[in-house]
Design a protein around this ligand. Structure first.
Ligand code: GAP
Length: 462
């Protein structure tokens, strides 16, 4: 219980996630597949809550946003136009003996050199100058750029003509549908397209649990504005991104903003702010907010020979809108939420592990139990209470009658359930407490209070 080093916390979190059914290693029975993880029943519940909050804030809660769900596979010309085929690369070095590959910037960081802004040749020079070796102690080869797009073949013929890519960002599917949405809905600028979906990156070194993945999920917005209005939209989304981190209950002192230097921005961006989070393994990128200018619409227009300009009915002006892009990793959000919530304390003289998850994201909002499972009148009443609460909070109310009540509380604490509701003899007999009242227990403090069943739903604040 005392190993609370950064690595210790991560090990405990990974183990809790597996034990309790949040997150499992991908293809575990075959020895795994690096950079892939599977979400179990509780993980998917947490993840769905995160995605629902995002969709609610950024799509349902606004009248200038259009939801999308574009295909993962796209015509490869789209990725040529977007610059990903030529430029979506990370700097790679190879251990000359083992042939294992590493990110050059990660090795420099580990050796105390800040790689920010360095080009591949500069990293190469720094590695040689410092005499940096591979983690196995062997000499390293030259730094090369490595394209991270995952290639596949579409159709029956496997040659160059059938090459396609699993999308490396969801953004592309929105740019290629810009004209479709304009034609269908005639939106006025500014407006946005939003979608949640999988993206794939052949990361050289997937690591830190679900932080750096090869198969990941993104929640992205492409917000189209008149060129002169980009700064106002950028500032507005800067605040909205921050608000979203509050929606999911992240400790605000752990969320930071970093103005990304010119040399470190993606090829399409003229300004980027990274939202960083203090993970147990250090301060790392959680989200990005980028000003993509008219880069994408112009590039797709040139390549597809389609007119992707916009005609402003009010000013009678034709223009290519500029784009503000807030981009959120779902998996990094789940990891931030879990790491932020992980707690160890002592309750009733016993050590305890619990997740102080916000009620808004916890897999279950509440768990209902009968005090004893062999008393039919308690069981019947508990099931009735559970059914009533489940109507108010569909899918978010658990039922547990296994083991003694203390064990049930600990089990719910460990998966972050904010409230436990216990139906006891007073509930049905009303001797020492009023009839139709239950015990409501609060996860973080372990405090218990007597609450009327009729008031329960209002007390479980999601
Ligand atoms: N469309 C812009 C874009 O994709 P990005 O900074 O490359 O920008 C956006 O990625 C977000 O996607 C990141 O801030 C992060 O949350 C998430 N992300 C990127 N690469 C990831 C990876 N390998 N594993 C998990 N999440 C990742």
């Amino acid at each position: 219980m005392s190993n609370n080093t950064e690595q210790g916390v991560m090990e405990k979190l990974v183990s809790l996630c597996k034990r309790k059914g949040f997150i499992y290693q991908g293809s575990e029975i075959y020895g795994g597949l690096a950079g892939t993880w599977d979400f179990g029943p509780l993980g998917v519940a947490l993840k769905n809550n995160v995605k629902a909050l995002w969709w609610s804030r950024f799509v349902l809660g606004r009248d200038d946003m259009y939801g999308m769900d574009a295909a993962i596979l796209m015509n490869p010309a789209a990725w040529e136009a977007s610059g990903h085929v030529a430029g979506f690369a990370d700097p790679l070095v190879e251990d000359t003996k083992t042939q294992k590959r590493y990110r050059a910037d990660h090795l420099l960081e580990a050796a105390g050199v800040d790689p920010k802004g360095m080009k591949a040749a500069e990293m190469d020079a720094a590695i040689k100058e410092k005499g940096i070796k591979s983690p196995d102690g062997n000499p390293l080869g030259d730094v090369r750029q490595f394209n991270m797009m995952l290639k596949t073949h579409v159709g029956a013929i496997q040659d160059d003509s059938s090459v396609s890519y699993l999308r490396p960002e969801t953004a592309g599917g929105m740019f290629v549908n810009f004209k479709n949405v304009v034609d269908s809905f005639h939106p006025k600028l500014p407006f946005g397209l939003a979608q949640i979906g999988k993206a794939f990156r052949n990361e050289i070194a997937p690591r830190d649990f679900i932080f750096r993945l090869r198969e990941l999920e993104q929640m992205e917005i492409e917000y189209f504005v008149k060129p002169a209005e980009w700064e106002a939209a950028f500032e507005s989304f800067r605040k909205e991104v921050r608000e979203f981190t509050k929606d999911i209950g992240l400790s605000q002192e752990k969320v930071h903003e970093l103005e990304v230097a010119d040399e470190d921005r993606a090829h399409y961006s003229k300004r980027t702010i990274d939202f960083e989070f203090d993970y147990p393994f250090g301060r790392k990128e959680l989200y990005g907010l980028a000003y993509r200018t008219d880069f994408d619409l112009t590039a797709h227009s040139n390549r597809s020979k389609q007119d992707l300009s916009y005609f402003d009915e009010e000013t009678k002006e034709r223009l290519v809108p500029h784009v503000i892009e807030p981009s959120f990793g779902v998996d990094r959000t789940v990891l931030a939420v879990l790491a932020d919530a992980y707690r160890e304390d002592e309750l009733g003289g016993e050590p305890r592990v619990y997740l102080a998850l916000s009620p808004a994201v916890a897999p279950f909002l509440a768990c209902v139990s009968p005090l004893l499972k062999n008393k039919p009148q308690l069981v019947e009443k508990a099931k009735e209470v559970r059914a009533a609460l489940a109507k108010a909070f569909p899918g978010r109310v658990a039922y547990d009658d296994n083991g003694n009540i203390g064990k049930r509380y600990r089990r719910q604490d460990e998966i972050g359930t904010p409230f436990c509701v216990t139906v006891d003899f007073d509930t049905v007999e009303g001797k020492d407490a009023p009839l139709d009242t239950v015990t409501l227990r609060h996860r973080d403090t372990g405090e218990q209070e007597r609450v009327a069943i009729a008031d329960l739903a209002a007390r479980l604040v999601a």
